[in-house]
Design a binder for this molecule. Structure first.
Ligand SMILES: [Fe+2]
Ligand SMILES: [Fe+2]
Length: 179
């Protein structure tokens, strides 16, 4: 049997390549969707720290879109997106949180942090898997590009945790006592 540089037979290798490309299309849809959603989250947040965290992550997310376009380019493929049902669901949940909570309340901020962290965790697991798969497929250059995004997502997740710990959860508890 002919072996490729990944040590797998060509058929398995091309199926894996196909799967990899499909997952790239999925996260490409997700990142582009997040570029539309993050301004809404920033607008809905009341704490300054949270507003600026969403604002900063919006800029980073735009870079993630550009990086994925670079990945398509390296693969010699057209940049194409495929609807990511997971991100569509999580962001829809975020929008209901905005509808169901009072404007300016710390409770709404807690809900927004929940939604934000669910998004980051989805991205962390997806990029984590993609970095690994890129290495397996011998796409070292792509794995490096994806790894920078993975780092950004981890940072965003940590920032949301620290905002919740330092500011929001305390205020939400006070809000609860006042009611
Ligand atoms: Fe991202
Ligand atoms: Fe993110």
């Amino acid at each position: 049997m002919t072996q490729t540089k990944t040590g797998k037979d060509p058929e398995t290798s091309s199926r894996l390549e196909e799967f990899f490309l499909d997952e790239i299309k999925d996260i490409y849809w997700a990142e582009k969707h997040l570029v539309k959603i993050l301004p809404k989250m920033r607008k809905a947040a009341s704490s300054e720290q949270l507003k600026s965290a969403f604002g900063e992550h919006l800029e980073t997310t735009k870079e993630h879109v550009t990086r994925l376009e670079k990945v398509f380019d390296i693969l010699g493929e057209k940049a194409e997106s495929k609807k990511c049902d997971a991100i569509a669901g999580i962001t829809k949940e975020g929008e209901s949180i905005i509808e169901e909570t009072e404007k300016g309340s710390a409770t709404r901020d807690v809900g927004l942090i929940f939604a934000g962290q669910k998004v980051e965790h989805y991205e962390i697991s997806t990029y984590g898997g993609l970095v690994q798969l890129a290495r397996t497929l011998g796409h070292k250059d792509i794995s490096i590009v994806l790894e920078s995004t993975l780092k950004d997502e981890k940072k965003a997740d940590e920032l949301l945790t620290s905002i919740a710990e330092k500011h929001i959860n305390y205020e939400a508890a006070t809000e609860m006592q006042e009611n």
